[in-house]
Design a protein around this ligand. Structure first.
Ligand code: SAH
Ligand code: DHB
Ligand code: MG
Length: 219
């Protein structure tokens, strides 16, 4: 293990205190052969804390996987609100639903299965109530599209967080043909040039390697 990984494990052991149903979600996802793409324990706890800081009642997540981050959000809002989470893959969504059903928050979380762009467009058409926090963590090539759609579902003060904006420094590669890299660059460029957003990018190092997230408040 590198030092970063050891420190990350130490900090999570000291501070995270992961609820049993959230640990179970991670273990059951592995048992069902989902990739281990979920945020780290410390990042999950961080998302939970931001959700509480913002006094969020409604959270929108793009990219469910096994519902690990989803359950952290639900745990932060308790049963006073709603987490809507979008997942393209129906088998993955089934595992997430199992994990959510084994948690105290099955009535708090709605999984919408299908391509996120479609689900977002439908929610905008249906004039869904606005969200207090939006977490973008699906196919990175569509990040800028997700941001524009998410904006229509946000209001002043909405927090928008995007995961995986650094990916071991791949965003530095000017010649990259990787669509995830160009998607993240487009996303950051939109945050940078659009006055609707007030943002920072944070580099992280730990059990998920060198990566990072952006934190945005909608003006
Ligand atoms: N937020 C999760 C991890 C999500 S991994 C956590 O931290 O626990 C990314 C997920 O996005 C995968 O499950 C993948 O199937 C899903 N995904 C990929 N492309 C998508 C799309 N176009 N629409 C919706 N979900 C998508
Ligand atoms: C991967 C990691 C993520 O956090 C994610 O959202 C998607 C993919 C990965 O390690 O490939
Ligand atoms: Mg991610």
């Amino acid at each position: 293990m590198t030092d970063f990984e050891t420190i990350d494990v130490m900090l999570s052991d000291l501070l995270v205190n992961e609820p049993e149903f959230i640990t179970h979600a991670k273990e059951n996802s592995i048992k069902n052969h989902l990739p281990e793409y979920e945020v780290s324990a410390s990042q999950g706890k961080f998302l939970y804390l931001i959700t509480k800081l913002n006094r969020s009642a409604r959270v929108l997540e793009i990219g469910t996987l096994g519902g690990y981050s989803t359950l952290w959000f639900a745990h932060a809002i308790k049963s006073k609100g709603k987490v809507v989470t979008l997942e393209i893959d129906s088998n993955t969504a089934l595992v997430a639903q199992q994990n959510i059903d084994s948690s105290p928050y099955k009535d708090t979380i709605d999984i919408k299965v299908g391509p996120a762009t479609k689900s977002l467009q439908k929610m905008i058409e249906n004039q869904e109530p606005k969200f207090d926090l939006i977490f973008i963590d699906a196919d990175k090539e569509n990040n800028a599209i997700y941001l524009n759609l998410a904006y229509s579902l946000s209001q002043k003060g909405t927090v928008i967080i995007a995961d995986n904006i650094v990916r071991d420094g791949k965003i530095l590669d000017k010649n990259s043909k990787n669509p995830s890299v160009s998607g993240v660059k487009k996303y950051l460029n939109e945050l940078s040039t659009n006055d609707n957003y007030d943002s920072a990018g944070i580099i992280t190092a730990g059990i998920k390697g060198i990566d990072g997230f952006s934190l945005t408040i909608v003006n």
